[in-house]
Structure formats: C-alpha cells, structure tokens
Design a protein around this ligand. Structure first.
Ligand code: G6P
Length: 607
C-alpha cells in the first residue's frame, strides 16, 4: 500500500504542494519518497529511501521547478526500499515518469519481454514496466493518453497510477484498477491522490475514480474514460465533510475498524503473490527434516492454525512454537536439517528474531513471512514472502492475521501438491474457496457488524470470557480471546474445547459467557457436547457458527453466522472476523481507544 499524488496547476509551483500532500499520505507507507515535476521540456526528479522529512532535509524536495508533478510515498512490495526502487520510475529516455500503488502480477514476463527488445531497467520494482511500455507506444506514434491506455491493457493485477511526460506537459494521465484513486478539484489546480486526506486542506471537492477508469487531468479540469471501451464517463464532484483526521481513517472512527474492513482487499492481494517464491518455500518445507513455525502474539496464532493446515493437506508435521520459548523448548533439537518458518507482521519482533538468530547459528534454514519489505526478517531469511497487507496502524493485529492465514494455506496447498497426498478434486475445491475468500469475508463483515454492536452492548460488563474451539478452531478461539483481552482489558481465557473439562470448567457459574467457534467440520458433534456441558452449568453461550447451523443456533444465547461453507483449513480466516468486530465494539462501548491499548506496542523490539 503506497500513496500516490499528482498536481497540475495553472500558475503555482507544485513541488511544495506535492511534498505536503505526501506527508498526509505517509500513513500509507514510509519506506521511500519521490517527486517528479515537468519544467522547460524536461522531467526533474528527486527521490530516495527514508521518510519524507528525512529525504526533504537532504534534497529539498520543494525546489523542484514547474506547475505539473507527481509524487509517491512507498510501502515496498517488490524490491527493497533503496533509492533506485523509489518512485517515480522513468523510461529509457527519461521522458515519462510514473508513480504506482498496487501490484503488477505479470511484471516478470513483461520485464523479460521489454529487456529482450533493448529496454534498460534501473530498479527491481514491478512498476518500472509501465514507463517502458508507454515508451514503446510513444515510439509507435501514439499520444501520451493512448500510449498509457495501451500499456494498461497489458497489465494484470492492481494499480493506481499517475503518469507525466515531457512530451505533453499540459496533462497528467492517471488510472485505476482496484487500488484507490480520487481526484480533488481546487480553484487553481487539480489533484489526483490515493486518498482524500492528501488534498483535503486544499479542497473538499472530490471525484472518486472507479475500477477500469482512466483520467486525463488538465489544469482546468478532468476527463474520465472507460479503459475497456473508451466511453466518456461524466461524474460530478462531491463535497467531502470529513475532518483531516477522519479522512485518514477513511471516515472510520478508528484504524482498527478500517483495517477490519480492509481485509477483503488485503486477502485479494495475497492471491497475487509471486508463484516462484511460494513454490520455493514449499520445496524447502517439503524437504525439511522438521519444521518449526515460530512467532509471537497474533502471528503465533497464525502459526498454530498453519500447523493444522500443513498436517491436513500436506501430511507434514510442523511445530508451532512461541518465539520467546523457542530456544528453551526446542533449542538443542535444532540442527542443519531443521527449517524455521518465522512469521512476523513487522519482521522486527525481537523474540522472533532472536529465535531465528539462534537457529541460524545452528545451521537451520530460515524462511520468513512478513508484511514489511526490508525488515530484519527479510534480510536474514533464505526465502521470504511479503504478505502485501499494507501498513497496519491499529495495535491489535487484524488484517495482517487473516492475510498470514491465507498465505500459509496457499503454502500448505503447494506442499500438498508436491507430496501428492491430497486428491486433485479436493485441492481444486480448496483453491476455488481461497479465491472466493475475499468476498466471503466481505459478506461476513456485512452480515455481522450490527450483531456485533448489539452483542457488545449486552456483554460489555461481563467480568471474564471463555473462548473454546476444536481442531483448527482452537487457533481462532485463541485469537478471538487475544483481541478481546488486549483492547477491552476483560480477562479472558482460551482453550481447546476438549481440554476445558480438565480444569477451566470449574470457573463456570450462571451467566459466565463462553464463546464457541463452531464451523461445520468433523469436530462439530464434539463441540455440541462441550456446549451442553457448559449450558448445564448455566454458562451463556455465544457461538460463531456456519450459516444455517440451526442446531447450534438453538443451543446458543447469541450467535454470529459465517457464510461460505468453507473447508475447515480456511475457516479461521472468516470465523475470526466476528470476534474482531465483537472485541472492537466492546472496547468502544467501554469508552476505550481500540487503536492504542494501554501497555502494548505494535512492534515489540525488546526481549
Ligand atoms: C506485539 C503486537 C501484536 C503482534 C505481536 C507480534 O505483541 O502487539 O499485535 O501480534 O507483537 O508481532 P509481529 O510483528 O512479529 O507479527
């Protein structure tokens, strides 16, 4: 998730406007920054790694000349955040500059094709194929707009782009496929941006660009066209009433709620990972003597769920281990045949890194799954995968968790394919459901949000909660419990349901809330037994059930319903969502700020 911005003005020097706008987009990423402007027949660029203020201090971004320009603040997806990879990217002749937010899925093929016809690439990014494609089209005699249009038709994946060219300095061409793009209409200037906060202090007149649209911006207006059939689209601006702070959260009251709602989009991103890295990692996992899944907090719960996935699909035994326990628990058993799959959203969690360091010193193979390109974990892993969730600002992890699960399920499927343990039909069914998971999660949010509000009002004063699940739902229960506890401060416990009668059941007294995670898998009959045990002792049953599970619905005081009829290995991705919503709304009911729970940090870099 990066931030792009473009500005074309009748008479104002745009560089300071662009820098200020990028600063307001910094929450979308801050690995590197760059600005390109047009002036006297040439393109002027300044860019480097680092946050906007740091880069500005070194280069004075404001003194770029000209009334037309584009800028970018980067959240790296392809290529580490060093200078050559910072946007804008240019063509061979330096006549075209492009900023991009999104992922070009087929960039490897396009890059190979362009290189073989003589194009020279300067970066490792997927974005750089765009200026080179446009360059080829300009050479064929097309104008900038048509050249961009033809280039877009070759791209697969997601993008919001803004393009300028010294050949046609009277315009910015921008376009959208999935990644967000909004226009802002000022008195003397027109803007395009990833998000409204970028231009909100300058104008509150905005036009939201839809998927598959290309826009030609001129200093006095805009023209929207359909990329598919070039039909003109007339759309009047709307007046935005948000404050700057509201706009940064896209109108949501908290980042956590915004990030819960971003999950469908993030899950779609996880379906666009580069095959070669998934395959390589799957090969390492398949060949490992033993596999340790090492992580902390929410990422550990992803590992716990993954251990069920690897066993179920790939017949591969893996050991999920809490990072801070790893050395004591498994240390002496780690050797050259061991493979560590470290999972860390930030890639910087000290406990995880020290477990990895230890294992490296014992010659183990290190694999990494993280959300942050250039993080320490990416530097010390033999192979790593970037989960493409964009920055997560709420301290309680939500979108990064479900995306980790999606990546881990895809990995388990690939190991399954290598091992040939699971039939084609089952693999195809699961693959089909993975593709549908973004829409299933979207539906889950839509259908459960109001219910979560009601349940939050009803349960907010309960002094304690109990979360139970069986099989892979144990991981879902544990994550549901962590969400509730960390942001509402309500003491909570989670157990595998079967274990509950070996101790924790003694806590139950009338009115005690017990949350059951109950997908329709083979654990369901046993879960019903556990529900009965709890009911018999007066517990209040709050269940997360498969849509249409009337039997458990009847046994429950309250319930959330999850659509989609998911295979059990994918259930945590959707079943955790109502629990995220419930935790969020209970925190709000209690007057707490869910984004900043006391005593917690987003990234814990001390042991
Ligand atoms: C902290 C955060 C958690 C997170 C954990 C692991 O405790 O508050 O939300 O799950 O660290 O972080 P990581 O970046 O390694 O996934």
């Amino acid at each position: 998730m990066c931030g792009i911005f473009g500005c074309i003005s009748k008479d104002v020097k745009v560089a300071p406007v662009i820098r200020a706008a990028l600063k307001r987009l910094e929450y979308r990423g801050y690995d590197s920054v760059g600005v390109a402007t047009l002036h006297e027949g040439g393109i002027h660029i300044k860019k480097d790694q680092g946050k906007i203020d740091e880069v500005h201090r070194l280069y004075n971004l404001d003194d770029l000349p000209g009334n037309v320009g584009i800028g970018h603040t980067r959240w790296a997806t392809h290529g580490a955040p060093y200078q050559a990879n910072a946007h804008p990217h240019i063509d061979c002749l330096g006549e075209i500059a492009v900023v991009h937010n999104g992922i070009i899925e087929n960039f490897s093929e396009l890059k190979a094709e362009l290189e073989s016809s003589g194009h020279k690439f300067r970066s490792k990014t997927d974005t750089e194929v765009i200026p080179h494609l446009i360059e080829d089209n300009l050479k064929k005699g097309l104008g900038l707009v048509e050249a961009t249009l033809e280039a877009l038709k070759r791209l697969r994946g997601s993008y919001a782009i803004a393009v300028i060219s010294s050949r046609e300095p009277d315009k910015i061409v921008c376009a959208r496929m999935e990644s967000p793009l909004v226009l802002g209409l000022g008195e003397n200037a027109v803007y395009c941006a990833s998000d409204i906060p970028a231009f909100l202090p300058l104008t509150n007149r905005a036009v939201v660009i839809e998927n598959g649209e290309l826009v030609i911006l001129r200093a006095d207006g805009y023209e929207i066209r359909s990329i598919e059939d070039w039909k003109q689209i007339i759309r009047e601006p709307e007046i935005i009433e948000w404050t700057a702070e509201m706009a940064e959260k896209q109108g949501y009251p908290h980042f956590m709620l915004k990030e819960i709602h971003e999950q469908p989009r993030c899950l779609t991103n996880t379906l666009r990972l580069q095959d070669q890295y998934l395959d390589l990692m799957a090969t390492f996992l398949d060949r490992a003597g033993e596999v340790f899944l090492v992580a902390a907090g929410t990422s550990y719960h992803a590992c716990l769920a993954a251990s069920y996935m690897f066993s179920e699909l790939a017949y591969l035994a893996t050991h999920p281990v809490i990072a801070s326990e790893f050395i004591e628990q498994e240390g002496m058993a780690v050797n050259i045949n061991s493979t560590i799959l470290a999972v860390s959203q930030s890639g910087e969690t000290a406990d995880t890194l020290s477990a990895v360091d230890y294992a490296r010193n014992r010659a183990a193979t290190i694999l990494g799954l993280t959300n942050v390109v250039g993080s320490t974990l990416t530097r010390i892993s033999r192979v790593y995968i970037i989960q493409q969730s964009g920055p997560e600002i709420g301290v309680a992890a939500t979108k990064t968790f479900t995306s980790q699960l999606s990546v881990l399920a895809q990995l388990a499927l690939r190991v399954a394919k290598i091992r040939g343990k699971v039939g084609h039909k089952q693999i195809e069914e699961i693959e089909e459901k993975i593709r549908r998971i973004p829409e299933i999660v979207e539906e889950t949010i839509r259908e459960n949000e109001d219910r979560a509000k009601k349940i939050a009002r009803k349960y907010k004063d309960k002094p304690v909660f109990f979360f139970l699940g069986r099989g892979i739902s144990t991981a879902t229960a544990m994550e549901g419990r962590l969400k509730l506890m960390e942001i509402t401060y309500i003491p909570s416990i989670a157990y595998p349901a079967g274990e509950s009668k070996h101790g924790p059941i003694s806590l139950i007294e009338p009115g005690f809330p017990v949350v059951f995670v109950c997908p329709m898998d083979e654990t369901r009959k046993m879960i019903i037994g556990n529900i009965m045990e709890m009911k018999a002792r007066g517990a209040m049953i709050l269940s997360v059930i498969e849509k249409g599970d009337e039997e458990i619905k009847k046994l429950s005081d309250d319930y959330f319903e999850v659509p989609g009829n998911l295979p059990k290995v994918l259930t945590p991705i959707a079943f955790v969502v109502p629990l995220q919503l419930m935790a969020y709304y209970i925190a709000v009911e209690k007057g707490l700020n869910p984004d900043k729970p006391r005593n917690l940090a987003k990234s814990v870099t001390v042991k």
